[in-house]
Design a protein around this ligand. Sequence first.
Ligand code: ZN
Ligand code: ZN
Length: 454
Amino acid sequence: MSTPPPPPGPHPQGPYPPPSRGRHAAGPPPQAPPPMPPQAAPPPMPPQAAPAPMPVPVPAPPEPEEEPEPEPEALAEALPCGGCGAALHYSPGTAGLQCPYCGHEQRIEAPDREVVEHAYKDLKAEKKRRAKFTEQELVCHGCGARVQGEGLSFTCQFCAHPLVVETTNDPQIPPEAVLLFALGRSQARESFQKWVRTRWFAPRRLKKVADSESMKSTYLPHWTYDARTRSDYTGKRGEHYYVTEERTIRRNGKREVQTRKVRKTRWHSAKGRVKRDFDDILVHATTKVPEEYLVELEPWPLKEAVPYAPEYLAGHETVRYDVEPEAGLKQAKKEMAKAIRKDVVKDIGGDEQRVESIDTAYSKVTYKHMLLPVWIGSYMFRGKTWQVLVNGQTGEVHGERPYSGWKIFFFLVCLLAVAVLVGKLVLDYTGDSSSGQGGEQDEIVVESDWEEVG
Ligand SMILES: [Zn+2]
Ligand SMILES: [Zn+2]
């Protein structure tokens, strides 16, 4: 039995939609003569009372396309080139736009506002105002084609026109700030090549691959959080003190009394309160790039970020967030907890600390959606694709890379040779020094674990 294609509208409740009853018929159960004629356009075929006993694979009749087409999402108007009229792209490494065709440069009128941290308590209302994001359909300014793109910005598949989604009524929380690309394509490639050259055990041929590397400029979504915290804690403060212990040993067959200082710890209960203001705790808001790759691109000069303007995205890919701001805050609190714990340990003081409980209250929690610039590339090596990320501000590189089995093999052989040599030398040395103590098995020598303190 052929499955009919899923209708783009709301799905009927049952697992299998009744065949060809139109989209408005989801409510009433199928009955032989409908009690009332349907208000909508008459169905193309009289609805069948029950499916025929034999499942005959009849192709579903074409649905009448009478529903109004869903409104395409709005696009921010692309700025036309003053030289040739083509759409301008944001030019990495500058604060301006450039025409990819005639090279004409144009300044971006930076928005006349500051980057705002939004109150987290207003998040719910903000999200309610914006529906849940499913998919977007856009009409290209350049060629008029209907295009689909997952991101907040991309280029038209047909005419390469730069497209940026208009965020005023976008279902997602729009970016508040953008950290611009400081590195252009050639500088990003240089960073990558430098990285390749300094990889241990990389196959020699990899260094050539780097030259033909193609890189894509991509903005990745992040959340940043600020918060004021007040943490009440309980714990124990340990203070060191020393006691002198005596003990009798045998040395060369004679009894001997020796003393030593031993460190002990006295514990006092401790409790108190620490406060800390957090600023711009960064959380990755996309799961499309592995977390551990992104961590390696840090730190980011977040203070350099500018207020969001769609022009900065023109001609570049922008990934939408798929980590919701609530989940992001949870992650941010984990980061904050690490710093708070350090504060608590410091506050307890003494020589050693035990933290038993920390109870943190958060106030003035704010969030913002921030886009960070990353050059993303991949290269083919030995039939496999390897991914590379370059921090578009600092040139920091994270990459996947192949290892040369031969180089590692020879390294291990050398390592083994050195180990054998060292081992032999050590054996020779200890063999000489221990030659004088033959036979005295019962002698207790404790000098080696005798720790002189003070
Ligand atoms: Zn131009
Ligand atoms: Zn187009």
